[in-house]
Design a protein around this ligand. Structure first.
Ligand code: HEM
Length: 201
């Protein structure tokens, strides 16, 4: 399979690279506008600094959030359908075991994790990618529960009501933000992986 080859050949097909970077931009808009919306009615005893938010005020942030959510969802749908139908997820994220995650975490902490095969993800990477894909799915579904709590009352009820859906939406966002923080640092520690995600090779 071409996408598994390395060494100057294709590592990431064009559709994966395109959807990855569209997702990154849409995600930043969603998170920053989401923090502004949160600030208008916080769940926890803190608010986000104004400079970390987008939209200026609640109304502006809602416009950003409702605009970027369609981009995020359509793009995520393309990424997931492609990943499932092409067999990419099976090839890249499977097999995965707790034992492999523990072994690769130990190697990483000792600085002994190998990065020479850019076409294969280590077990920690696989687990993180699988977890963030689930968190994105959860943030979308809980977002619908908050957006249309009357029309989709059965969905909102699944989260234990409006406040429950808000809490799940916030926690899924926190998982995504935690992922991004680690992910971006790791990407810059292995710069050739960024080149591969831009150029494919
Ligand atoms: C500026 C921000 C970002 C940078 C620099 C970046 C960089 C990268 C790089 C270099 C890879 C390839 C890793 C490898 O080949 O070893 C990758 C893969 C991936 N990234 Fe990002 N990323 C960013 C933002 C995001 C965001 C916001 C998400 C989701 C919340 C995300 C989710 C993923 C996933 C799921 C993969 C695996 C894709 C696959 O192989 O199917 N990334 N990223």
């Amino acid at each position: 399979m071409a996408s598994r080859q390395t060494g100057g050949r294709s590592v990431h097909p064009r559709i994966v690279r395109l959807t990855h970077w569209i997702n990154a931009v849409a995600m930043v808009v969603m998170i920053m506008s989401g923090w502004q919306i949160y600030n208008a009615y916080p769940i926890f005893p803190f608010v986000f600094p104004q400079w970390m938010t987008l939209g200026g005020w609640l109304g502006g942030a809602l416009l950003w959030h409702f605009a970027a959510m369609w981009l995020l969802m359509a793009n995520f749908l393309v990424f997931v359908v492609y990943g499932l139908l092409s067999g990419r997820y099976r090839a890249k994220l499977w097999p995965l075991s707790l034992r492999a995650i523990a072994a690769d975490t130990r190697s990483a902490l000792r600085g002994r994790l190998r990065h020479d095969d850019g076409g294969t993800y280590n077990a920690v990477q696989k687990a993180m990618y699988a977890a963030v894909l689930l968190a994105i799915a959860l943030v979308i579904v809980s977002g619908f529960a908050i957006w249309k709590p009357v029309q989709l009352h059965w969905l909102t009820a699944l989260f234990g009501g409006f406040q429950g859906a808000r809490l799940v939406h916030f926690l899924a966002m926190a998982v995504i933000v935690g992922f991004i923080a680690v992910h971006v640092v790791m990407a810059f520690l292995v710069p050739k992986s960024i080149r591969a995600m831009i150029l494919g090779r």
